[in-house]
Design a protein around this ligand. Sequence first.
Ligand code: CAP
Ligand code: MG
Length: 419
Amino acid sequence: MKPVDFLNLKYKPKSSDLVCLFRVEPNKVSIKEASENVALESSIGTWDEVSTEKAYMKKLGAKVFSIKGNKVKIAYPGELFEGGNAPNILSSIAGNIFGMKIVKNLRLDDIKIPDGILNSFSGPKYGINGIRKMMKVYDRPLVGTIVKPKLGLKTLDHAKVAYEAWMGGCDLVKDDENLSSQRFNQFEERLARTLEMADRAEEETGEKKAYLVNVTAETKEMMKRAELVEQLGGKFIMVDVVTEGFGALQTLREGDFKMAIHAHRAMHAAFTRNPKHGISMMVLADMVRLIGCDTLHIGTVVGKLEGRLDEVSEIEEEIEKKVVKETKIRLAQDWGKIKSVLAVSSGGLHPGHIPFLMKNLGKDLVMQFGGGIHAHKLGTGAGARAVRQAVDATMQKISLKEYAKNHAELRIALEQWGK
Ligand code: CAP
Ligand code: MG
C-alpha cells in the first residue's frame, strides 16, 4: 500500500481543513523530514509504517503544505477531529509532538479553525457587547481590581476591600487566581458577603458592579459553586482555564449559566513564554474563545509580567506589543456565530499606564489593578478613584499631569509610581 504523503508542498488546503502554523527547529535532520514527522505524529502516523493501516483512512493524514525558513504550515482534515471536543483537538495538534527527539524545538504559533469546527462549539455567551450591556458601560474601558493580598484575608475583610474598590469606581472586583475555598476564606461565605457589598455599592453609586468569584475546583465541585453564584444573582464567575483544563472548562460553559465567564490564564507562561518551543498565547486565546469564556487576560506590555518596560529592549517591547495587540484583534475577529471575547490587561499596572494601554489597546478592554489600587498611599478607595480619574483624563485627551492638578488621588498615584 502506497504510504500516506504527510509532505505535499503542492497541496492546497481545503476550507474544511484546520491549518496550523508551527516553528520547527529540526534535530540533526532536514526541516522537511522533521516537519513530515510532526504531521504524521499529530494525525494518524507513528515512527514506522504499521501493517494494520487501511486504505480508507489515508485521507485523514495531515499534510505539510508550506515550509518557509523554520515556519511550517500543516493542514489537518476536519474529519480527523471530534466536533465540540476541545481536548481532542489539542491532543492532536498540541500533543506528543513537543516531545519528539526529531525536533530540538517546536512551537505551535497559530491555528486557523474551519467553520465546521467553529460551529460545533458554543463560544462566549455574552462577548464584548453582552458585557458592556450587563455593566451599562459603553464608551470607556472597564476597570477592575483583584482583592489583595491574594491569599490570607478573612472573609469579612475580603468583602470590605471589595466594597471600598467598588465605591472608588471599580466596575469589577475579582478573586485572585489562587483563592478558592481555603479555611481562612471559605467560598460560600465569601460569595454571600461580597455579593451583598456589590449590591450595596450598586445602590450607593448607581453604577453596575460585578464580583468575579473564582470557582476553579474539581469539576463537579466547580459546577456546584457556579450554580450557587447564579442562585445568589452573581453576574460573573472566574476560572483558571489552564489549571482547570479544557474539558472541565467546556463542562462549565455547557452549564449555560446566566453569567459571564472570566478566564484567568495562570500557568500559561509555562508553555507560551519560550518563543522557540511550546504554544503561543494566540492559540490559547483561540481555544478559550471557542470554548466560550467572555473575558481573557492577554498581557500588558508595560506591566510586571514577561519583563518590565525598562528591562526589555525596544525590539522586545515592539514584539510584545505586537503579540498583545494581535491577540486582542483575534479575540474580536469575525467568527460567525461565535461571539467576541473582551481582552483583559493586568499585572503590575498603575494609573500612569492607562494612556499607553488605551492608546495601544483601545477602549474595548478591561484594565485591572491589584497593587496599583491597594498600594495607593490613601488606600483602596483612593486607588480606585485615581484609576477612574486617569481614564476620564485619557478619554478627554487631557494629560495625566494636567488632570492631576485638581485630582488629588491621581496626583498621589503619579507621585508614587510615575507615569
Ligand atoms: C495582578 C495579578 C494577575 C496577573 C495575571 C497577579 O496583580 O492578580 O494574576 O495580572 O497575569 O496575581 O499578579 P497586580 P496575566 O495588579 O497586583 O500585579 O494578566 O499576565 O495573565
Ligand atoms: Mg493574580
